[in-house]
Design a protein around this ligand. Sequence first.
Ligand code: NAD
Length: 404
Amino acid sequence: MNSAFDSLSVCEGQSPRFERPTLTAVSAPVQSNGRGSTLEYAAVMSESANRTRIVLLPGDGIGPEIVAEARRLLESIDAFEFDQRLVGGISIDESGLALTDEVLDACRGADAVLLGAVGGPKWDSTDPGAPRPEQGLLGLRKGMGLYANLRPVKPLKALIDASPLRPEVIAGTDLLVVRELTGGIYFGAKERTADSARDDCVYTRAEVDRIARTGFEAARRRAGEAGKPHLTSVDKANVLETSRLWREVVSAVATADYPDVELDHMLVDNAAMQLVANPSHFDVVVTENMFGDILSDEAAMLTGSLGMLPSASLGADGPGLFEPVHGSAPDIAGQGVANPLATFLSTAMLLRDGLGRGEDAARVETAVEAALASGMRTPDLFTGAEGEQECGTAEISAAVLAAL
Ligand code: NAD
């Protein structure tokens, strides 16, 4: 899971905020490229300038296998423009860095970014100065100004038995964890002496305000026109000063701008219990960085299948970063058996949350459900139950595309 990626220091030298460059159409005078008429060239260039540009970052391990399938999925939806780049271990091999400035710039200038996974034994090192694949992820988060991580948890009907919880407890679970990604204890000052250590946890009003709004907006969006939006804000306000500020700011945002959203505050220890005892109680959960790291992994496991979980990281403006929750699974890389469905569901989030194409997102989600309902299972999901057919990455991907 992502935990190991969250407590590491971020790549140096990258600005935390950015202005998103706009794609400009080609303007006259237009040069001929020698292969067609000037008019044809202008038409091609202007079409390309208007097309939605998606940066693909396959990364390491199974990343290239699952991102290639996601690309086919996107190609069957629309004529997107793709820009495929290196990140993680493969980028270290190529350039010595897990994320180059050039790749970061390409991501900042895109409409959305889809990432596979990074890391693997080849790049594990005990040398603290050696470049590490996960620096690529942290550099992207910081360099793209991604402060909100969204992880939906909704067990699919066909996989309800994969949950470690009893079916009657998991039934009806459909929640979203919104985690603050760039503040708190992971990014505070750190100090180590021979016999003590310190990690500072700092939050500003502005940081809490913006993530609270992400949570309230998500609650409204999920409730739709007719529903009653519900947000649970998780903190430790009985002990921590940062949590008391958190609670004060979230309440103020609710009163000022979201009176229609039902808001409750819950202590993190209680939230950890309620997630397994009564997960269907939750709709949107908003919380700070470290609590979110832990609770989102706990919530993720409610479905019981790591290969099924998507995520999105969003900033104030600029493109979002969409990626499966799982890692690069080096143990199965290159075997054609990786489960691509978490990446497909991340692609659905890219369409909905990144490009505002909710209908296309819903089509992808329905197609994933349909492929599973037909009994197809990659080995990580296969239980041998009646009606199941074990298959590889290509077969289940083809089934999803056929159902689209
Ligand atoms: P992992 O998620 O890669 O794998 C855990 C287990 O789940 C393995 O048995 C793997 O085969 C299986 N698995 C994961 N995704 C699967 C999929 N789509 N289909 C089928 N099976 C799947 O976690 P790990 O083994 O702890 O880490 C492996 C590498 O990935 C490490 O280098 C780690 O640092 C890195 N990692 C990367 C990310 C990321 O890029 N966001 C997140 C976590 C771990």
